[in-house]
Design a protein around this ligand. Structure first.
Ligand SMILES: Cc1cc2nc3c(=O)[nH]c(=O)nc-3n(C[C@H](O)[C@H](O)[C@H](O)COP(=O)(O)OP(=O)(O)OC[C@H]3O[C@@H](n4cnc5c(N)ncnc54)[C@H](O)[C@@H]3O)c2cc1C
Length: 518
């Protein structure tokens, strides 16, 4: 039991598997003979899910840490910039109903509570700009179809905070190449036929189809929805959250651009429908579009018709791919000497692109906390499970928030979403408090938070949540600073909408000339 941990085997070569291998190897393989051995086994026959194309800004840090050039990443994964999400028709369902969840924090956040001021000015005054527009310059940048940086801004640096849209297949290939060529990860292409446990319930080895037994001290289950180790072999139960989040099916298509120079929106579009919502993500070469919906509320035929209406005539040449979604996660994520990351750990609808970021956070934690010996592994596992469970709960709350504030009445889907019996108590409590004060850092005090209070503010006030403004001390306390912050935001809007390049224009320049390396 006291043996040192010398080898890690990652099972699965999707985004989760390669990110796990890359982050662990980048930290623990320093070119010494006794370095941790990192092996990744994947089945070519089974393949990867190949969707999951919207990321968080955290990906910039992850890529930088594993030693990837951002220019190469743009050139090889058809990457485009993402500066947040534009939610259309979530509030009333009307044609002109939209709001933004940008990636730049509100001016003065968190020391200044601009949200209360905005609520004060906006109460009964239609002329006041939307919350995100009033407190953040990024909405204007997005509406202008502009990039978040200049060609002179170095790799990973920014004018406006940004994440990426990418081609999931190309991303896995890109990471694979980097892992094998630069990080010394051993790559095995084979099927795992069986997972063999030892007498104590640990994974002893994997029985592979052509390469014999594959042993390791720690296994990372990245086998996607198969959950081969954590679910099938170790029997960790799945905890459904279908009673809170109803989405259980996706219909996806890849839509070609009408012309090669078509503008690429620098944000994800999340377009609410009668029984779910459609994601629309523009990368360099195409759009990735998917309708995620609730089969309890509509039929496949109706969902196909809604998707077709969104995509337009191009749909005639496309065959939508159907992906069942099981909303929920494992009861624990690390059992014995096996830890699950990615779809094997769980999945929720891709509303705020929370899957890849959770993979990044999980592999960073595994890598940083990598136990030295087997007998300290259970302590690490307990901590990992506590933090990861907390994160899943916060994601569930945040996703549900998007639904509970909608005023849509066009289907049972929206009505059912507002039924208090489907709203987690933790979210109900937050909403009760936020009637009287805007979400702030005091509401999110764990070191393991997923979404900052600013994200809650953007969704809450974007969805038309109204605060009770009878406490007005803030007007006196921070009045001058707030005025300055609103003016600063207006000036930033003016400056950056005049000087930032168009999204596609900058991407093409990056492809041709590259960014300044760091
Ligand atoms: C419709 C949809 C949209 C999404 N959009 C987003 C998004 O915008 N943003 C986001 O962050 N996430 C999104 N996701 C989630 C995202 O796709 C996944 O989190 C991500 O791709 C990671 O997948 P994975 O690596 O866990 O699994 P997979 O890609 O399925 O990889 C599983 C790997 O395990 C291997 N494997 C399985 N069984 C065996 C075996 N017996 N032997 C050997 N190998 C085996 C497979 O070959 C494969 O290599 C979306 C998901 C869906 C369904």
């Amino acid at each position: 039991m006291n043996e040192r941990i010398k080898s890690v085997c990652v099972v699965g070569g999707g985004s989760a598997g390669w990110l796990a291998a890359a982050v662990i190897a980048a930290r623990h393989r320093q070119g010494h003979e006794d370095d941790l051995a990192v092996t990744l086994i994947e089945s070519e026959a089974i393949g990867i899910i190949g969707v999951g194309e919207g990321t968080w800004p955290t990906m910039r840090n992850t890529l930088r840490k594993i030693g990837v050039s951002e220019t190469d990443f743009f050139r090889e994964c058809d990457v485009s910039f993402k500066q947040g999400a534009k939610f259309t028709r979530w509030v009333t369902g009307a044609e002109d109903d939209f709001y933004y969840h940008p990636l730049v924090l509100p001016e003065g956040f968190p020391s200044l509570d601009l949200a209360s001021f905005w609520n004060h000015y906006a109460a009964g005054n239609e002329a006041v700009p939307s919350f995100s527009d009033a407190v953040c310059f990024q909405e204007a940048v997005c509406e202008g179809g502009l990039a978040p940086k200049l060609i002179t801004t170095p790799e990973y640096g920014c004018v406006a905070n940004y994440a990426y849209h990418l081609d999931a297949h190309k991303f896995a290939h890109f990471l694979r190449k980097h892992c094998i060529e630069k990080l010394g990860v051993r790559h095995v292409v084979d099927e795992v036929d069986d997972v063999v446990l030892d007498g104590k319930g640990d994974v002893a080895h994997l029985a592979t189809h052509r390469n014999g037994p594959l042993a390791a001290d720690l296994f990372v289950d990245c086998t996607g929805f198969h959950a081969l180790l954590i679910g099938k072999a170790l029997g960790v139960p799945f905890r459904s959250c279908q009673d809170v989040l109803f989405i259980d099916r996706a219909l996806t298509v890849q839509v070609p651009y009408d012309t090669p120079d078509q503008e690429i929106p620098p944000y994800t579009i999340s377009a609410a429908q009668s029984n779910g919502w459609i994601f629309d993500i523009g990368i360099q070469t195409r759009r990735g579009v998917g309708y995620v919906y609730s089969t309890a509320h509509t039929t496949k035929e109706r969902a196909e018709a809604d998707l077709a209406a969104h995509v337009g005539p191009a749909i005639e040449k496309l065959q939508p791919r159907e992906i069942p979604i099981r909303s929920g996660h494992r009861e624990i994520f690390w059992k014995g000497n096996c830890v699950a990351v990615g779809l094997s750990a769980g999945f929720l609808e891709p509303l705020e692109a929370s899957a890849l970021v959770l993979i990044e956070l999980s592999v960073e934690m595994i890598s940083a906390m990598l136990p030295a010996t087997r007998d300290t592994m259970d302590i690490t596992a307990r901590r990992f499970n506590d933090v990861t469970r907390y994160r899943w709960d916060r994601i569930i709350d945040f996703l549900k928030l998007h639904y509970v504030l909608s005023k849509r009445t066009d289907s049972a889907f929206w009505e059912d979403n507002r039924d208090p019996a489907t709203i987690p108590e933790s979210l109900q409590e937050q909403l009760a408090l936020w009637r009287y004060r805007a979400p702030g850092d005091q509401d999110f005090s764990s070191n393991s938070e997923m979404f900052p209070a600013a994200s809650y503010q953007y969704v809450l006030f974007g969805m038309g949540f109204k605060m009770d403004l009878s406490e007005r001390g803030y007007l006196v306390r921070d009045g001058v600073r707030a005025e300055e912050a609103f003016r600063r935001n207006a000036a930033l809007k003016e400056k950056w909408t005049r000087s930032l390049p168009k999204n596609r224009q900058l991407i093409e320049k990056i492809r041709e000339f590259g960014m300044q390396r760091v």
